[in-house]
Write a protein that binds this ligand. Sequence first.
Ligand code: DGL
Length: 273
Amino acid sequence: MNGGPIGIFDSGVGGLSVWRQVVHCLPSESTFYVADQAHVPYGHRSADEIQSYCLAIADHLVRQGCKAIVVACNTASAVALEPLRDRFPSLPILGLEPAVKPAVQLTRSGVVGVMATPATFQGQLYRATVGRTASAVQVVEQVCTGLADLVEQGDLEGPHCDAVLQGFLAPMLAAGADTIVLGCTHYPFVIEAIRRLVGPSMAVLDPAPAVAKHLSDVLRQADLLAPPGAEAEHRFFTSADPASFDRAVARLVGAQCSSAALMWRSGPELCQR
Ligand code: DGL
């Protein structure tokens, strides 16, 4: 089991922002990444729909021998983490949630901005975290409709991307935020553009490094770490077009990975090519 891969999934390429931190933090671990691009974006879908996609993906990852799963998607974590843990009670399953707590500890102005999808903001996980940790600060919630699509399309810089980002950043800036939480795993791929637009005094938080560290702790405690020096293998799957996914993997995390993407189909006829 210690040789099994870590399963990582997202609605699309966003989870690669988590994948790259996992690979950096755990270089001996193999990974198995699934992008459900046939259904991206998840953000505006119903909880039932998202749950059924996530359960199908997790079934697939378990059949592939994954020893742990990272739900590298805030939206999927918001609605599917509990059903996933119910279905696989003995498997370590980690989710993502907006890093509100660190933002609350960091802010000096007392105003924190959170960028995420509608489904994430509506989820119990997020509401409970805000209720527990952010009662003393003002939280400005910014739904970023269309931003995950821009990242899927590789539109990561330039005037169009800047204009879209400016529209999302303006309300948080106007409210006096000095800390912004990236509450969707797609958004770290535009973090440079965000930093340029908001200036150096704004803290912009990407939770992926903390998630990778947590995964490493969980695997160590469960005695599931790959032996040091093990040769890692990274496999990438999409439920949509493998050629364009291949290009996206190369563009976004190409420096960390040379493996070719393979195709994976969603639905009852799950298959690998
Ligand atoms: N990457 C996903 C997240 O972290 C969301 C993108 C989508 O709407 O599919 O929330």
